[in-house]
Design a binder for this molecule. Structure first.
Ligand SMILES: [Cu+2]
Length: 215
């Protein structure tokens, strides 16, 4: 894993200015069979950070567009970056007392559609949205995305697709940073706390510190 020092400095500066960090739990500490992101529908402002904390199993986070769930967005949108966390095998890092995280900055307030590319997890409902906007288009809801995902014939990660050579390039896409944090600092499941969990920058700083330690 390689991070340039300027990237880390930028991340530290961002966190130091009390950037909002939304934590999304991937699976669950108590139910390793849970195929879900929690929360799965959150609102975030441009510049906010979203940190996926991989609590169990072996999952990923991949960006699609609304119309093509379970397929990376770059298969349909020319020049899209399309975020992909990679596969995070939680058991593999358990002995270190760390859990993998993936942290991304929200680059746009248009809807960001995400799924897990492992097995048939996407079809099983392991999908989510950031900044759903049903007031702009009521059919573009998480429920409809999930319903379309259930019917997808394949569940693909970016290594399995050919990048689009045509099509529009208007969908906002984004990348992120892989890291890990001590298991003990993972945020408790968000049930009952509403769709947005605000944490201090501390969790993010921990993950950056962990990244620095691995350089
Ligand atoms: Cu999964």
């Amino acid at each position: 894993m390689h991070f340039s020092s300027s990237v880390i400095a930028t991340a530290l500066l961002g966190l130091a200015s009390a950037q909002k960090v939304h934590v999304v739990s991937v699976s669950s500490t108590t139910d390793k069979t849970l195929l879900a992101f929690s929360p799965n529908n959150l609102k975030a402002d441009v510049g906010d950070m979203i940190q996926f904390q991989f609590l169990n199993g072996n999952h990923s986070v991949v960006q699609s567009n609304f119309d093509n769930p379970c397929t990376p967005i770059q298969a349909f949108v020319k020049n899209a970056t399309g975020m992909f966390s990679g596969y995070m095998d939680v058991a593999a890092s358990a002995s270190t007392g760390m859990i993998p995280t993936y942290t991304m900055e929200v680059a746009s307030n248009t809807p960001l559609w995400l799924y897990c590319s492992q097995g048939k997890h996407c079809q099983s409902g392991m999908v989510m949205v950031v900044n759903e906007n049903t007031s702009a288009n009521e059919t573009r809801s998480l429920d409809n995305y999930k319903a379309a995902a259930a019917k997808a014939t394949e569940n693909l990660d970016p290594s399995k697709i050919t990048p689009a050579s045509g099509g529009d390039s208007t969908d906002g896409t984004t990348g992120g940073t892989t890291s890990s944090i001590p298991s003990a600092s993972a945020t408790a499941p968000a049930q009952g706390l509403g769709s947005v969990v605000s944490v201090s920058a501390w969790t993010g700083l921990l993950s950056i510190a962990a990244a620095l330690a691995m350089l």
